[in-house]
Design a protein around this ligand. Structure first.
Ligand code: CAA
Length: 380
């Protein structure tokens, strides 16, 4: 077993770290406060190859492995989790889904532009009444011969307003339950497709979350991904990889908060010495370091499983469950280490604490990860 990262991995990690420090850090507080989408930063991330990291270079991607993706996600998320969720959805849910299950025409038409960041994508599964219970899709895609007629509403869609391409999951044949669901590629501007108001959120406020409304939208048959009825499996398989991305985001939020807390504890004095010299603080840092290291190992193990052709449903769910809990625990403690300053925006940790919470909710709540994990271990 070799825990050493390759030269290439270290280069990618450094490139992501440098980008986050020099480009994302300035302005991150204002973007959070005013809910400003990081348009220019996302464009630059595309130019640097961070938006199609695992896509084959023949479709405009970087052709890298999932380990590289985890490393880059951690570094970007340390500084700006709003930028990293855009990156995560575009890489894991949209590009990976199209590359793995799309037709050659779909790849030429959409993937080539998504992988370079020329356009970005959104993944549309959640509905007002179908969040965790994803098989209960109410959005319908009725087969009309050469096209599907799409009707319904999707909720909490990341990149909802800024995307150009939307992968929409919808029910075609209710009698077939989850085997009657399809995944369709919907383009912004298709008649009958409306974007709802932007959500006002607790965290990841720079990202763009909307509900979407579809009224008699005609989606050509060639925009279906996979065979008729493959949509639910498409969503589940794609989300399994997505969970590695969100686990890495949670890891980055935790390690970002930990690094700030450690630095602060070496500068701030109380009772005649730097606060890191008090065990009350030093032990908090020790607990954070252990939790983060465990989360990092779980993320890299899930990525390694994916890169080596092993099943990663279980390892991805474990990584997400643990890393998101770590993000919550560590950010709360990081605020505590900072004392009163932790409650103030300029110290960054209050934002990281707010950002952490969503990692326990999207791409499957912690309870959903426990369903996936328990079913898997009990089937052994
Ligand atoms: N890969 C392939 N197929 C899978 C699968 C996987 N990982 N998991 C399940 N399936 C298949 C099953 O084999 C089954 O198919 P068959 O009957 O043909 O064998 C089918 O899917 C249904 O599976 P289940 O019976 O296990 O379904 P269930 O109703 O019990 O639900 C669940 C399973 C794990 C709870 C699932 O509903 C789930 O993951 N829910 C959470 C949904 C979610 O993560 N939503 C996030 C929205 S996207 C998002 O957040 C993006 C963003 O904006 C950041």
């Amino acid at each position: 077993m070799d825990f050493k990262l390759t030269e290439e991995h270290l280069m990618i990690q450094k490139a992501a770290r440098d980008f986050a420090q020099t480009e994302l850090l300035p302005g991150v507080i204002e973007r959070d406060e005013k809910q400003i989408f990081p348009t220019e930063h996302i464009k630059k991330m595309g130019e640097l190859g961070f938006l199609g990291m695992m896509v084959d270079p023949k479709y405009g991607g970087s052709g890298l492995d999932t380990i590289s993706y985890v490393l880059a996600m951690e570094e970007i998320s340390k500084i700006d989790a709003s930028a990293s969720v855009v990156m995560s959805v575009n890489n894991s849910l949209v590009c990976w889904g199209l590359q793995t299950f799309g037709t050659e025409e779909q790849k030429q038409k959409y993937l080539t532009r998504l992988a370079t960041g020329e356009i970005i994508g959104a993944f549309c599964l959640s509905e007002p009444e179908a969040g965790s219970d994803a098989t209960s899709q109410k959005t319908t895609a009725i087969d009309k011969g050469d096209h599907y007629l799409l009707n319904g509403t999707k909720n909490w869609i990341t990149n909802g307003g800024t995307a150009d391409v939307y992968l929409v999951i919808a029910q075609t044949d209710i009698d077939k339950k989850h085997r009657g669901i399809n995944a369709l590629i919907v383009e912004k501007g298709m008649p009958g497709f409306e974007i709802g108001a932007k959500e006002q959120k607790l965290g990841i406020r720079g990202s763009d979350t909307h509900s979407l409304m579809f009224t008699d939208v005609k989606v050509p048959k060639e925009n279906r991904i996979g065979e008729d009825g493959f949509g639910f499996k498409f969503a589940m398989k794609t989300l399994s990889g997505g969970r590695i991305g969100i686990a890495s985001q949670a890891l980055g939020i935790a390690s970002g908060a930990y690094e700030l807390a450690k630095k602060y504890s070496k500068e701030r004095k109380a009772f005649g010495t730097e606060i890191c010299n008090h065990q009350a603080i030093a032990f908090k840092l020790a607990d954070m370091a252990v939790q983060i290291e465990a989360a990092r190992h779980l993320c890299l193990k899930a990525a390694w499983d994916k890169d080596n052709g092993h099943n990663y449903d279980l390892s991805g769910a474990m990584a997400k469950l643990h890393a998101s809990q770590t993000a919550m625990d560590v950010t709360v403690e990081a605020v505590q280490v900072h004392g009163g300053n932790g409650y103030v925006k300029e110290y960054h940790v209050e934002r990281l604490m707010r950002d952490a919470k969503i990692t326990q909710i999207y791409e499957g709540t912690s309870e959903i990860q426990k369903i996936v994990i328990s079913r898997s271990i009990l089937a052994e």
